[in-house]
Ligand binder design. Structure first.
Ligand SMILES: Cc1ncc(COP(=O)(O)O)c(C=O)c1O
Length: 440
């Protein structure tokens, strides 16, 4: 069957404006209509190819349209395998996914559950932690992001994602472990992890002294790839447990082999998590989220019903299982680490040439470039970041952005990215900075 010609971009923009909620934003001054993808590349409706250095939106781990994923789905459709069924019936795919995922779990996390998204995975994590502890208070970090559903949004550390009427009961924020803009004015090599100690102060001053949970991303994604060191997590998990809470490690962005040789960064960093949530790259773009948790927490949910119509969908769970198999068999986490090193070295090499670069940071293939107008004042270079993204797009490389003030370029290419493609990304970013300087 031949696909029909795509509508022109302006028609889509107009119709989106007419039909969608005003919350739906678009990347780029001249938005792209992406119609095709393969491996590390995507194509727009004019047939132009781009290197996808943001991996969808940090969702593409095994590469776009990986042949094994395609074949799995085609075979299932050709066999007329049931397209929808729920957990009320037996299906092999969610069970096979659970078995596969549990092999990647840190010790002690021996139950799995699936949802449709990262937000829902976090909602279930909050509920489980609250049920297990009998407490309601959940701590989060300023600059953190955990999803767009009500409970998840109440744990959000960004003013621009919160709504005026957003309920925030039983949520409190600790200060961010943001070394480049340390809220305690410390330097990473001489600090006493005041940011970790602040978790204890927050519990002592903003709660009744007991908590249900704390949720933390091992690398803060929307916050601009803030990547605290391992010691931070050792101290914070100790504090959370001391005050009776469960530690939820939100690996929606950092998981799926993107940030460590292990499938989960929490395992690689020895984070003593009670619950780990994931989505995005976990299903290589399928609408699926997942959780791992300790069975003593899971057991406290017994006797109640939790039903989610589309969670455990055969096609989504089959895709997530093949994705994990591909990541393991093709050693994509190892490639992510090697390519991540090449990327950070290359990007840090640009710092001397481009004054706008304030910081280059991240782990594996979650890499951020923070743009500042002045290295001393660290004034946010928000407009410049947007412009840099547009220039890179015109040069054939798609980047993302994040940070509280939108001044962090985010790079998260598929884990299959090659050394030559990494070099292209670095060269393109370099050229884009040069062009930006000429425009100034
Ligand atoms: C760290 C983190 N947690 C949770 C979510 C929410 O996931 P979803 O958009 O699939 O609901 C996101 C989404 O960007 C995220 O970055």
């Amino acid at each position: 069957m031949t696909a029909t010609n795509p509508p022109d971009n302006q028609t889509l923009i107009d119709k989106r404006q007419q039909h969608f909620l005003p919350t739906a934003v678009l990347y780029h001054n001249e938005p792209l209509q992406l119609v095709k993808a393969q491996g590390e590349y995507v194509w727009d409706s004019d047939g132009r190819r781009y290197l996808d250095a943001i991996g969808g939106i940090v969702c593409i781990s095994a590469g776009h349209n990986h042949p094994r994923i395609k074949q799995t789905l085609i075979d299932m459709l050709e066999r007329d395998e049931i397209q929808h069924t729920s957990t009320l019936y037996l299906t092999r795919y969610p069970v096979e996914l659970a078995e596969t995922l549990l092999q990647e779990a840190p010790e002690g996390l021996d139950r799995a559950a699936f949802t449709n998204s990262g937000s829902e995975a976090n909602e279930l994590a909050f509920m489980a932690a609250r049920q297990a502890t009998g407490e309601t208070m959940v701590l989060n970090l300023r600059h953190g992001y955990h999803g767009g559903t009500s409970g998840a949004l109440s744990q959000c550390g960004h003013h621009n994602w919160r709504f005026r009427a957003q309920p925030t009961a039983s949520a409190v924020s600790a200060l961010e472990p943001y070394c480049y803009r340390c809220p305690f004015n410390q330097k990473p090599d001489s600090c006493n992890f005041e940011c970790a100690q602040n978790v204890e102060t927050t519990i002592q001053t903003a709660t009744h002294g007991k908590i249900a949970a704390m949720i933390v991303e091992p690398v803060m994604g929307v916050g601009g790839f803030i990547a605290p060191p391992e010691e931070y997590f050792t101290e914070v998990t100790r504090i959370v447990h001391e005050y009776g809470g469960k530690y939820i490690s939100d690996e929606v962005q950092s998981g799926a082999g993107r940030c460590s040789h292990d499938f989960l960064l929490s395992k690689a960093l020895n984070i003593d998590a009670d619950i780990i949530t994931m989505a995005k790259g976990f299903g290589n773009g399928a609408a699926i989220g997942g959780l791992l948790m300790r069975s003593d927490i899971a057991d406290t949910l017994g006797g109640k019903l939790y039903f989610n119509t589309f969670a455990c969908d055969p096609y989504q769970t089959a895709q997530a299982k093949v994705t994990i198999d591909i990541i393991n068999e093709e050693k994509l986490a190892d490639n992510a680490m090697a390519m991540g090193q090449r990327l950070i070295d290359g990007l840090r090499g640009l710092t001397a040439r481009h004054e706008l670069i304030g910081d280059v940071r991240g782990r594996g293939l979650l890499m951020g470039i923070e743009l500042v107008k002045d290295r001393k004042t660290k004034a946010y270079a928000t407009a410049e970041t947007t412009r840099l993204m547009d220039i890179c797009k015109d040069l054939g490389v798609l980047l993302g952005k994040g940070g509280l003030f939108g001044n962090v370029i985010r790079l998260a290419p598929p884990l299959t990215v090659t050394a030559a493609q990494i070099d292209t990304i670095i060269e393109t970013v370099d050229n884009a900075f040069h062009q930006l300087a000429k425009e100034a």
